[in-house]
Write a new protein. Structure first.
Length: 507
């Protein structure tokens, strides 16, 4: 069956009526995923107080979504190429809404972890489908750049809407309400998407290879789990076993893709230096940012004593900067160059993170707000241009697979960032010396220390909180330094790998 997005006349494709309305539906899905990711950080102190997870369980609640989504993105992107991107987007959106209810009403840390994992399965269907449909909706290069910019700006807007809406909900309702906000967005997406979105698929897809699906899932989760365990507990037999299983599965996955006539992922995509450079830049950028962002909401609330809504508003400069940069990134990259915009953006983020190595409990908002604004601008330029490069590097029939690789790098970077940088924060935090009678749970997380302090005499409580907060901030500053080093490394890699890359050089 021929896709409705593949008219015989390319000019008709460029001028397709309704494409901008269709884009508005796609960005709803992006908004949904971005909001879900950001509200969790604000809700973490409340989840910690209500469900009483250990420090390890708290990290799993934060990153299991990314673990699962990273393991399944390639598979789901390829499935969308085969069965139809509109179909998988609408099915995934419906499942995302339903599983959000399970997240909202989780009663134990274990159930919350399972619910987040299931949400990752549903979420894996959304992002590759949205980018792939953009690639097929917009054949004109400049229109596609603008569409990708709007796509990226909406994701950034979600990072602003999430904390603000989440902060409002947390001040008036219980923490589960932050997940229920997904439901009205999902309803609009599905009902409007049925009418506006045209179907598209690879006209010669080949079979969906289940063995490749299993190998990619086991490989990604095995490697990420091994890194997480090694960062938290050191090199253990369990971590080594997971690393070996993951590496073996990924090796088998690559070998199988090279022999299949219609692979789940065409490994030849990585022979394009622009494609590989953009994917690597995305992975390192998110790795350097995500662990810090995950703990920043806790810093604003549990260290500086801000209310949830105030903490959400405090993070607004990052989203504003990213939205503004995303909308003009394509034009700036054409006027200067792809590598200067991407590398310059990443270097700016690295320097902003470096400035956060001097924070303490009483750091004023001018430093925090300025750093967040620079982070947003730099990331907005980088992510928008790399997404455009990735989409432009492949034929539109492979848009789903290429988009999935891009999103896999993003989610894998998020999981690794929370695992590695989060483990730095947790490792430093656990070593604080509290007053006599400090409960063991106070050393598990800062939320646990705040909860424990509420049961102690005032003087002991104050001493405990001061020691715990000081240790937490020390860990956060160290993680910021590590993130800065990663971002500056990413900037150097992008400068080398993206040389001579042009947005207009693709058909």
């Amino acid at each position: 069956m021929t896709s409705t997005l593949r008219p015989a006349n390319p000019t008709e494709a460029v001028k397709r009526p309704g494409r901008w309305l269709a884009l508005s539906v796609l960005v709803l899905a992006v908004l949904l995923v971005a909001v879900d990711a950001t509200v969790l950080g604000l809700a973490t102190p409340y989840i910690s107080e209500d469900l009483n997870p250990t420090g390890t369980q708290l990290l799993w609640i934060g990153d299991v979504y990314s673990f699962v989504i990273a393991g399944l993105l390639v598979s789901m992107g390829s499935l969308g190429d085969r069965v139809g991107r509109k179909r998988i987007l609408l099915v995934g959106a419906t499942a995302f809404g339903a599983i959000s209810v399970l997240n909202a009403y989780a009663t134990t840390p274990e159930l919350m972890i399972v619910a987040r994992a299931l949400l990752g399965v549903a979420g894996a269907t959304l992002m590759p489908a949205t980018l792939a449909l953009i690639r097929n909706l917009f054949h004109d290069r400049r229109e596609r750049s603008l569409a990708v910019g709007i796509w990226g700006a909406t994701a950034s807007a979600g990072t602003a809407i999430g904390p603000i809406a989440g902060g409002f909900l947390l001040e008036h309702f219980w923490w589960g309400s932050v997940f229920l906000v997904n439901l009205p967005v999902m309803a609009v997406l599905v009902l409007v998407g049925i009418k506006l979105l045209p179907e598209s698929r690879n006209p010669r897809p080949g079979p969906w290879d289940m063995r490749s699906v299993v190998l990619s899932l086991v490989g990604v989760i095995g490697i990420v789990y091994a890194i997480k365990e090694a960062a938290t507990h050191g090199i253990t037999w369990e971590a080594l076993a997971a690393a070996l299983i993951g590496a073996g599965a990924l090796h088998g996955f690559v070998r199988r893709q090279l022999t299949l006539p219609t692979p789940l992922l065409d490994m030849r995509l990585f022979s394009d230096r622009g494609f590989s450079g953009a994917v690597l830049a995305d992975l390192l950028t998110v790795l350097g940012l995500s662990g810090l962002v995950f703990f920043l909401s806790q810093y604003l609330q549990l260290v500086q004593g801000r209310r949830p809504l105030e903490a959400g508003l405090a993070e607004l400069p990052a989203a504003v900067g990213a939205v503004a940069a995303g909308l003009i990134a394509g034009s700036v990259a054409r006027r200067f160059s792809v590598r200067s915009v991407v590398a310059g953006g990443l270097a700016a983020v690295g320097l902003a993170l470096a400035s956060l190595t001097v924070i303490d409990q009483s750091t004023g908002y001018p430093l925090l707000g300025t750093a967040l604004l620079v982070v947003g601008v730099g990331a907005g330029f980088s992510f928008t241009v790399t997404a455009d490069v990735i989409l432009g590097s492949v034929p539109k029939e492979q848009a789903g697979s290429a988009s999935a690789v891009s999103e896999t790098a993003y989610e894998l970077g998020a999981a690794l960032g929370i695992a590695l940088l989060g483990s730095i924060v947790t490792g430093v935090y656990r070593d604080f010396t509290g007053p006599a009678g400090t409960p063991a749970r106070a050393h598990e997380s800062l939320g646990g220390a705040v909860e424990a302090a509420a049961t102690l005499p005032p003087q002991t409580s104050g001493t405990l909180l001061d020691a715990a907060r000081t240790s937490f901030v020390d860990g956060l500053a160290l993680a910021a330094g590590a993130g800065a080093a990663i971002l500056l490394t990413a900037a150097a890699a992008a400068w080398y790998l993206l040389r001579d890359q042009k947005l207009d050089s693709t058909p």
